[in-house]
Design a protein around this ligand. Structure first.
Ligand SMILES: [Zn+2]
Length: 117
């Protein structure tokens, strides 16, 4: 699985993965965010990692809200604009910013750093 572009923090469950911001895009509902550990697949429906995480079933990696595949075409790692749209931008840790392989992934987090402390 690919690396998240923007992460909220190191996973409190496995302590090695990154809790990346993932956008789920159901066909008949508005997109919504999920924080997903890229190692152990712990999931949070809010950017508060002190909350109890959710896990999908052992058989298939699906998200716990509507059962869509966690790594399928219905979802993707959020870009910075999407983090902003869903109101999670404040929770992003700039130190965990990952520059993706495509130019559009290389969004200017630095420019938002002013006022971010
Ligand atoms: Zn984890």
């Amino acid at each position: 699985m690919s690396k998240p572009f923007h992460s909220i923090g190191i996973c409190p469950v496995c302590e090695t993965g990154l809790c990346g911001v993932r956008i789920i895009v159901p066909t008949d509902q508005p997109p919504y965010p999920l924080a997903v550990c890229d190692e152990c697949e712990a999931m949070w429906t809010t950017p508060d990692l002190s909350q109890e995480p959710l896990f999908s079933s052992a058989e298939a990696a699906v998200n716990p809200i509507d059962g869509l595949p966690l790594w399928g075409p219905e979802s993707h790692w959020a870009d910075l604009g999407e983090c902003d749209q869903v109101g999670w931008i404040e929770a992003i840790d700039p130190g965990l910013h990952y520059h993706g392989t495509r130019p559009e992934h290389d969004d200017p987090l630095v420019s938002l750093d002013e006022g971010y402390s």
